[in-house]
Ligand binder design. Structure first.
Ligand code: NDP
Ligand code: OXD
Length: 321
């Protein structure tokens, strides 16, 4: 068996799922053997892993492992693996391609709610010309972005460019011109009370799990120009309580919701979310990781490590993101 250093790729259930990643990485890293989890590989030869939701336990017992690359920006699945090798750094995706995709999705769905796309789709189905709906200006609509990291800050900047009145919430306050910043549990009430459209781009951690519940939705602004608060979540499904979302849509606490992520994925066909008239669903593809773009990032990281440079975008395993 070859002792050539190996980059092990784990994506999806079958080797075919990993193949675009293997091809993209192998083309950029000719000095490494790029193999799929399940291939005939000497565990002692594995120097790097690139993975999206690998089976828990699969990355244990790789004695030469130098770094694990998440193929997404979120690392909650990796962090939940009790057998993840403790001393090995985990780097996540921070890449302009993925960031731009997420901001596109956020802008699209904020604008669909702002311009009342659901109302006009209904009217069209009924061949009904009704032009009496109030259409507030973007500056009169308050968007609150939960999570002001790489993705939240870019989305907030682009929302401001369109003209929305944007605030953000994070652990520590941010000093960004034109962005009202709220932080920590103490800042949450004020942030929610001035939010008409809540955009969630938080990571899933022990501190954020289940945060999006009925108690939080009740603290959103009731005096907005859209007729009720709107929830848009592309963070993680574990942040939300789906039964609370449905209850709050039905009792008027929420006007509408757009969800890209779910407590269980894929979303069960029996979930009432599919059929709720005020819910828009996308299948966890707000910001896909493009193999070519992300292979460039990982190849650059590996080349840097091999030259003795510091790994970038390393996850703080203590805080979980
Ligand atoms: P970052 O790590 O850059 O940012 C995370 C942000 O969340 C930071 O601003 C951080 O605050 C804030 N935060 C974390 N914990 C708390 C807390 N307890 N209270 C308040 N704020 C908190 O992550 P990204 O922006 O790159 O990505 C965010 C998430 O988006 C990912 O973790 C992933 O789950 C999700 N995602 C979803 C995708 C999809 O297609 N649906 C695609 C890509 C990512 P502070 O800055 O103060 O530390
Ligand atoms: C990610 C995702 O975290 O696609 O990158 O969800």
């Amino acid at each position: 068996m070859s002792r050539e250093a190996v980059l092990l790729v784990s994506v999806g259930a079958s080797r075919r799922d990993a193949e675009p990643w293997i091809a993209a990485l192998a083309a950029r890293l000719p000095g490494l053997r790029v193999a799929a989890l399940g291939d005939d590989v000497d565990p002692a030869a594995v120097r790097y892993v690139a993975a999206w939701k690998p089976p828990h336990g699969a990355l244990a017992r790789l004695p030469s492992l130098r770094a694990i690359f998440s193929l997404g920006a979120g690392v909650d699945h990796l962090m939940a693996d009790a057998a993840l090798p403790p001393g090995v750094p985990v780097a996540r995706v921070v890449d302009p391609d993925l960031t731009a995709r997420m901001s596109e999705w956020v802008l699209l769905h904020v604008l669909l709610h702002h311009r009342q796309a659901g109302r006009y789709r209904r009217q069209q189905r009924e061949s009904r010309w009704a032009d009496d709906a109030v259409q507030p200006a973007a500056r009169a609509v308050r968007v609150g972005v939960m999570g002001l990291g790489v993705l939240g800050l870019d989305a907030a900047a682009k929302l401001r460019m369109v003209g929305f009145d944007v605030a953000g919430w994070s652990r520590a306050p941010k000093n960004v011109p034109g962005l009202a910043s709220f932080a920590g549990p103490d800042g949450l009430d004020t942030f929610l009370a001035r939010t008409d459209i809540l955009v969630v781009l938080l990571p899933l951690t022990p501190d954020t799990a289940g945060l999006l519940d009925a108690a939080l939705f009740r603290r959103l602004a009731r005096d907005g120009r859209l007729g009720g608060p709107v929830l848009i979540n592309a963070g993680r499904g574990g942040l939300q309580r789906e039964s609370d979302i449905l209850r709050c849509l039905d009792d008027g606490t929420l006007l509408a919701a757009t969800l890209d992520v779910f407590e269980r994925e894929p979303l069960d066909r029996a979930s009432p979310l599919w059929r709720h008239p005020a819910v828009t669903i996308t299948p966890h593809n707000a910001a896909l990781s493009d193999p070519d773009a992300i292979a460039n990032l990982i190849a650059g990281q590996i080349e840097g490590v091999e030259r003795g440079e510091e790994l970038r975008h390393v996850v703080d395993r203590g805080r979980g993101f």
